[in-house]
Structures are given as structure tokens and as C-alpha cells.
Design a protein around this ligand. Structure first.
Ligand code: FAD
Length: 423
């Protein structure tokens, strides 16, 4: 279909990652005519492509917590560190870090955890609703998530976060090493290294790309129009009327524009630079992460339950024919180059823990940019400057976990014509 359709949509969603497509789905279900625009040839080809696969309300404690500043200082000069800061001449990077440090204050970290866990639990329910209604499959597993610790102090401090999460409806059980092996027998040989774990039985895992593409197909059947290969270049904005009149696009066929009553920005890490010229300032900065996908077939020693390794900040998800392991964060701008030594560090960690997990020699590597906010709380709401411009972005480490819930929230706000001013 031509991008320069004369149709006026109710809503145009910018970005076909897991966040944009989930919002489009709920908008379409509420009866809106929806168009989704993305520069890629299909949905989920950027950050939602090969993430860690966890749908983890249990992972709601943000990076910014009271123990983070000392850890970050320790990691500053270690190339293999889970969180790496590469200073740039970029004022947005420095401002983001300053705000991150503020969010590490204990009360703020607790408040942020509470807010994230609420959205995550809500999101899990919405995801189940989508799965039941649409019958889509994405290598989903509903065996819970085991967050294991090798360090006793870290394990003890996890109890505090667990109590807080329980209060908001995320059931977390504290388990000892024996129980860890009962839940995930692949740990048998390494049992002595584990001091304990938290187990969130209601958490899930699955392939975010498969889900997003399957949901985009469902949306297509519901009448949502997808304009792929279309770069969003600008808004035609009317400051006096506080209104975005149209969205300007560049496609291989040329320039054009698309009109809608409401516009939702879900451009991942690119949302902040895109909105800056319109006086909208988002504290979203790319936090680059890596994943390794190790194929297997037949009998293998890969864990079946999704795992979080607290020491190396790695998450594991079994995707049916492969093991996905993801982690590390680099604050290094928008560069997507694969750092070989960081990829190998992940692979070494997996090999050391689960030597028979799969065909390590056939592993594939990937890097993506998490759209991170300092508090890890996403922007879901309206802009002050343009009353028909909505934001659904900044989901950072938890975009897959929070997608179904934040999509529903933004659709409800647009339906009601009111929502929190977030930027
Ligand atoms: C290594 C790693 C592991 C992760 N593991 C997990 C996990 O286990 N669980 C979890 O919940 N989350 C995880 N995440 C986070 C999660 O993947 C992200 O939060 C989520 O994918 C963000 O989705 P998005 O739709 O906001 O961004 P994206 O998927 O990047 O979508 C944005 C879309 O906007 C498009 N776009 C951008 N600019 C333009 C433009 N100007 N014009 C047109 N189109 C444009 C892009 O093409 C893209 O398709 C992980 C992330 C990484 C990097």
C-alpha cells in the first residue's frame, strides 16, 4: 500500500518494536483505525530482535539502586564488567548519569521498584489475555524465573527487594541450593557454587521477535496498516494549537506525510533525539546490551527454566531449539558494533555453568540498544506541548516484560482523551 494514503487515521504509532505493536493491538481492539510506521522492512528488527526473552516482574528492581554507585565505580575500568560507561562528549549522556545517581537514593529506588512491579504484573495479565485470545506462539515458557546468587551478601539484600515486590503482587519464593536443583536439574554439577535463589513461579519467557511479528500479523487482520521502510523524519506541528498536524516520512518512493488524530511515539532509543527539536526532553539514553544464541537439538544440558545470574548480570531463556543468554550494558552512544571480547565473555560464562548446553561453536551474537531511563520507569502518557502527541517509550531493561501492559495503558488514555503529562 502506498505510504501516502489519503486516509486520516485515528492513531499513528511510530515504531514497530514490541512496544509500538503492543500499543497498536490494544488501540485496534478499542475500535480505532491505526497505522504503524517503521523504517525497517518488518516488525521487531531493532531492540526487540534478540533480547533475553524474560517476562520478569521479578526483575523490577532497577539498575539505579543504593548498591549501584559503588559497583559502577569498581567496574569503571574493567572491560568485561556487566555495566560499562564509555564517556563521550555528549551532554545527554552526562545528564542521564547524573539523574541515574539521584535515582539510586533508597526511597527513590523503592518507589521505582514498586511502580515497575505494578506495571509488570499488570502486563503479565495482559500478555496472557493476548495469548489466550489470539492463540499466538513465540516459544513461550511458563516455568517461572530462577534468580540465583553465588554471593551471600547479594542474596541477603535480595530479600529486601523480594519483600517489596510481594507487597505489589509479585510472588517471590526464597529457595536454597537443594531446591534450586529440584527446580532446574541442569544445576546439579554446580550446586556448590549457588548460595540460594529467588523463584518467581508466575514469570515467563519467550521470543520477543516472534511475539511481535505474530501480533503484527494479528493487527493486520484487524485492519491495522503497517508502513514499513518508512523513516519518520519530522512533525508538521502547530505550536499555537498544541497539535501535531501530520507526520513526515521518507520512503524509497520519496517523501510524504500521514495524518492522524493522535500520534504515539515508540521509537525506542531514538525517541529522545527525534523529539528534542520539538522542545520535548526525554531522559532516554541507549544502554547497549549483547545476546548470544546457542542452538541445540535433542538431549542437551541447557536449563529449561529461565534464569538470572546475579553475579554476571546475565539472563537465560530456553527458546525450544536454542538457549538465549543476554546481558551487559554499555553507555556508549548509538554505536551498534559487536564487541568481540564482551560476546566471548558471555559465552565463557555459559560454558562454565552449563558445559553441555548446546553447540557453542555455532553460537550467534547480537547487540541492541535498550531505551533506558535513569529510573527504569518508562514514559507512558501525553506531552504537555502537543495535546495529541503521546509517548510510550523508555522501557529499558524490561521492554518485553512491560509491553502488553503499557500498550493497554496508552490505548486506554487515548480512548479517554486524557492521561498523565509525562514530558
Ligand atoms: C541485550 C538485551 C537483552 C534484553 N533482555 C530483555 C529481557 O529479557 N526482558 C525484557 O523485558 N526486556 C529485555 N530487553 C529490553 C527490551 O528488548 C527493550 O526494552 C524493547 O525491545 C524495546 O522495545 P521498543 O519497541 O521500545 O524498541 P525497538 O524494538 O527498538 O523498536 C523501535 C522501533 O522504532 C523504529 N525506528 C526508530 N527510529 C525510527 C525512525 N526515525 N523512523 C521510523 N522508524 C524508526 C525502529 O526501526 C524500531 O523498530 C533487552 C534488551 C537488550 C538490548
Amino acid at each position: 500500500m502506498s505510504p501516502f494514503t489519503s486516509k486520516n487515521f485515528d492513531v499513528v504509532v511510530l515504531g514497530a518494536g514490541v512496544i509500538g505493536v503492543s500499543a497498536a493491538y490494544w488501540l485496534a481492539r478499542s475500535g480505532k483505525s491505526v497505522c504503524v510506521v517503521d523504517r525497517q522492512p518488518d516488525a521487531a528488527l531493532e531492540t526487540s530482535f534478540a533480547n533475553g526473552g524474560q517476562i520478569s516482574a521479578s526483575h523490577a528492581e532497577p539498575w539505579a539502586n543504593p548498591s549501584a554507585p559503588s559497583k559502577v565505580l569498581k567496574w569503571l575500568f574493567d572491560d568485561d564488567a556487566p555495566l560499562l560507561f564509555r564517556p563521550k562528549l555528549d551532554v545527554h549522556q552526562w545528564m542521564w548519569i547524573a539523574r541515574f545517581l539521584v535515582e539510586c537514593l533508597p526511597q527513590r529506588a523503592d518507589r521505582n521498584t514498586a511502580e515497575i512491579v505494578k506495571l509488570a504484573v499488570e502486563s503479565r495479565t495482559r500478555l496472557r489475555e493476548i495469548r489466550a485470545r489470539e492463540g499466538i506462539h513465540y516459544d513461550e515458557r511458563t516455568k517461572g524465573i530462577l534468580h540465583f546468587y553465588r554471593d551471600r551478601d547479594e542474596f541477603e539484600s535480595a530479600r529486601h527487594a523480594a519483600e517489596l515486590m510481594k507487597k505489589y503482587g509479585c510472588e517471590l519464593r526464597i529457595v536454597d541450593a537443594d531446591e534450586v536443583v529440584k527446580i532446574e536439574p541442569a544445576f546439579e554439577e554446580k550446586k556448590r557454587e549457588i548460595v540460594g535463589a529467588t523463584y518467581s513461579i508466575d514469570d515467563e519467557s519467550g521470543d520477543a521477535k516472534k511475539f511481535t511479528q505474530a501480533l503484527a500479523a494479528v493487527c493486520g487482520r484487524m485492519g491495522v496498516v503497517f508502513l514499513y521502510g518508512a523513516q519518520v523524519v519530522a512533525f508538521d506541528a502547530d505550536c499555537e494549537a498544541s497539535n501535531v498536524r501530520s507526520v513526515e516520512l521518507r520512503t524509497p518512493q520519496g517523501y510524504g506525510s500521514i495524518k492522524a488524530r493522535d500520534v504515539v511515539v515508540s521509537l525506542g532509543s531514538y525517541s529522545a533525539p527525534f523529539l528534542r527539536p520539538y522542545g520535548i526532553s526525554l531522559a532516554v539514553y541507549p544502554a547497549k546490551g549483547y545476546s548470544v544464541t546457542i542452538p541445540f537439538n535433542g538431549a542437551n544440558g541447557a536449563p529449561a527454566v529461565s534464569l538470572t545470574d546475579d553475579q554476571y548480570k546475565l539472563v537465560y531463556s530456553n527458546l525450544g531449539d536454542s538457549l538465549r543468554v543476554a546481558g551487559t550494558a554499555e553507555l556508549a552512544g548509538y554505536d551498534l558494533a559487536l564487541n568481540h571480547s564482551r560476546c566471548q565473555a558471555i559465552l565463557r560464562n555459559v560454558q562454565a555453568l552449563f558445559p553441555r548446553a548446546g553447540k557453542f561453536e555455532a553460537a550467534s551474537f547480537w547487540a541492541g540498544l535498550r531505551p533506558a531511563t535513569p529510573s527504569n520507569i518508562p514514559y507512558v502518557g501525553r506531552t504537555r506541548r502537543y495535546r495529541n502527541l503521546w509517548i510510550n517509550t523508555g522501557h529499558g531493561t524490561l521492554g518485553w516484560t512491560l509491553a502488553a501492559g503499557s500498550g493497554k495503558r496508552i490505548a486506554d488514555m487515548i480512548g479517554a482523551g486524557e492521561g498523565a503529562d509525562v514530558a
